[in-house]
Write a protein that binds this ligand. Structure first.
Ligand code: PGA
Length: 244
């Protein structure tokens, strides 16, 4: 079931932080699933600010990122490893040994996907996952298509996704063609999911995810099958939702 909460854009990171703070109060050693992209940036800023004030504590958490580009190492400014370190990990009291991101530069990518999926299992599974949503409905890098893959896998990126990311890479040739991503099954196994979206450009896909049929052509629509999902949206992103 998808719950919807609508707030001013500035309030959204505060609401998400509050939700995570309550999660960590219940279970200080929670396993967290974390996204990258522009939407979560505000959330990371708020988490860093609240940790600096001693209001939230990451010292016992384990984290798994949703995805990583194939071919970019941690020194590449657009790798998600770099993003996480620069925007979150280096500013908070988290043990880097407990942070996990798929390795997109290993020779054996299939083996890396299996290793990552097993590692999530061995950690006891993800308790709380933060998600963004792509304009084409992807979550993680589970792209729309004829079918979806359940476990962590190598995903060929669709052209619209590569185009949406040109802004980070300068030119389209520089945008990676593939990524490692948690699969739809990895995501649906999470205990609690919070999806954040804002802006008018996300309104149509958010409405499809919530009100439309469950279809592999809108991967986020699979969240309708999960029992604890909250979409946290600003007015613009929520503007095309029909009541549920
Ligand atoms: P964005 O990306 O936050 O940069 O819009 C969302 C996504 O593609 O998951």
């Amino acid at each position: 079931m998808i719950r919807v909460r609508i707030a001013n854009r500035e309030q959204i990171p505060v609401m998400v932080t509050e939700d995570l703070r309550r999660q960590l109060e219940r279970k200080p050693d929670s396993v967290l699933g974390l996204p990258t992209g522009s939407t979560p940036m505000m959330v990371y800023r708020e988490l860093v600010a609240q940790q600096a004030q001693g209001k939230i504590d990451f010292s016992h958490v384990t984290t798994f990122n949703l995805d990583e580009y194939v071919g970019l190492d941690e020194k590449h400014a657009q790798s998600y490893k770099y993003y996480m370190y620069e925007n979150f990990f280096r500013h908070v009291n988290i043990d880097l040994n407990n942070t996990h991101i798929p390795n997109g530069t290993t020779k054996n990518l299939e083996e890396e996907c299996r290793r990552y999926e097993n590692l999530i299992e061995q950690s006891g599974g993800i308790d709380w996952l933060l998600l963004g949503i792509g304009l084409n409905g992807h979550i993680g890098f589970n792209e729309p298509g004829e079918s979806l893959i359940a476990a962590t896998h190598v995903q060929k990126l669709r052209e619209e996704t590569r185009t949406a990311n040109v802004r980070f890479f300068g030119s389209s040739q520089n945008v990676p063609t593939h990524a490692i991503t948690m699969g739809m099954g990895s995501i649906l196994k999470v205990m609690k999911i919070v999806l954040v979206a804002f802006g008018k450009e996300k309104a149509e896909i958010v409405a499809k995810a919530i009100n439309g049929p469950v279809t592999t052509w809108v991967p986020a629509s699979f969240l309708q099958l999960h029992r604890d999902v909250t979409f946290v949206l600003d007015q613009e992103a929520a503007s095309e939702i029909k009541s549920i």
